[in-house]
Design a protein around this ligand. Sequence first.
Ligand code: NAD
Length: 261
Amino acid sequence: MSSSRFAGKVIIVTGGGSGLGRDYCNAFAQEGGAVVCADINLEAATQAVEDIRKAGGTATAIECDVTRADEVDNMVKEAIHTYGHIDVLVNNAGIIRRRSLVGTTEEDWDKQVDVDLKGPFLCARAVALHMMERSYGKIVNISSIAGIAGCTSTAYSASKAGLNGLTRQWALDLASHGIRVNTVAPGYTATPINAELRQTPAGKRIGETIPLGWGKPAEITAAVLFLCAEESDYITGQTLAVDGGVTTTIDMGSEYLTFDK
Ligand SMILES: NC(=O)c1ccc[n+]([C@@H]2O[C@H](COP(=O)([O-])OP(=O)(O)OC[C@H]3O[C@@H](n4cnc5c(N)ncnc54)[C@H](O)[C@@H]3O)[C@@H](O)[C@H]2O)c1
């Protein structure tokens, strides 16, 4: 294990068993943190934890469906029982149902909003009660560029935009308790959630319209760890888009970019 930015810190990552969440777990452990890898998929979480331990890190796996208040409360209890306290929560667990407005069923809406909006609420509420007792904590929500610009899906966009709003609200609620709340909004990042999409012509076209191309998990992880570390202590209530510039630009094609002719 290399640096020690998170030595003595306990970090819960929801959805830590695969994709970006797994990358966060590895990085926190590499920087000395004790990681609670919570996932609805216990097998994936257990595998992630075994890999961290093999590399010399400290981690534990907990099965948790973030849409269930009883399981979330149990996750918090188990984390405190195992490591004594919680310093950081990364609200990462998420699903994606790509649907237009008229293609979104009530069931699509309920499922998406349950995991991506209610889940972070339940986790933040449970963890905040504990953090308030200690007058310290960091909560980082993982939203998406879909919460900033229209690009993906009705219920997904609603959940992620909602999470950006909650970030500002919770920052205000919790500042006097020493708890900082921020959001990282990843752009198009190559993970299992979009493996199929990346193989399609649409996926390739997406890559061409992002000024810096498809993102790598490590590039998102660096921003998440920054907002969880003490170096960002004066930052709260912010949503940081880590998206290769895609939400700040309009791609009109390469011909239009020959400015000097
Ligand atoms: N990959 C991208 O390009 C991208 C872009 C923007 C935002 N995001 C966001 O990043 C987060 C992680 O995405 P990813 O690409 O790593 O996805 P992923 O599918 O690879 O991983 C998601 C993890 O969440 C877990 N999970 C799903 N439902 C859960 C539940 N109810 N309770 C607990 N765990 C649950 C899954 O088991 C899985 O391990 C999501 O919130 C997603 O919306 C991803």
